[in-house]
Write a protein of this length. Structure first.
Length: 115
């Protein structure tokens, strides 16, 4: 399985919505942690839930965090939490949302706040 990732830094990549099976591929690609920035059911009933994604991530040996963020607005608290996760989670980190866009915006805002 090929992961549709975009590299943002040496330690952080982003991806569009992933399926549970992609967690094993992420682990095989060398990722240590996954951040899911997509609220459950945002894309309708066929979108995998955070619970399903977490189970697959843990089965693949990955750390998993669900930080659901609106696609239109990322609050200062969400940005701060994302920055904290980037500092504390084992790297490399793979973050995903619907398209990868909000993860990219979170990353840019988080790195800007770190100076």
């Amino acid at each position: 399985m090929s992961l549709p990732i975009q590299q943002l830094s040496s330690e952080v990549c982003v991806a569009p919505q992933l399926e549970p099976a992609a967690m094993q591929a992420a682990a095989e690609a060398g990722f240590k942690s996954v951040i899911n920035n997509r609220p459950d059911h945002e894309g309708g009933p066929t979108q995998p839930t955070s619970e399903q994604m977490e189970a697959a991530a843990k089965a693949a040996g990955l750390q998993y965090v669900h930080l659901p963020v609106s696609p239109s607005v990322q609050t200062p608290e969400e940005i701060a939490r994302f920055a904290e996760l980037l500092e504390t989670l084992p790297k490399p980190v793979l973050a995903f949302c619907r398209s990868g866009g909000r993860c990219t915006r979170l990353f840019q805002a988080a790195t800007a706040t770190r100076g």
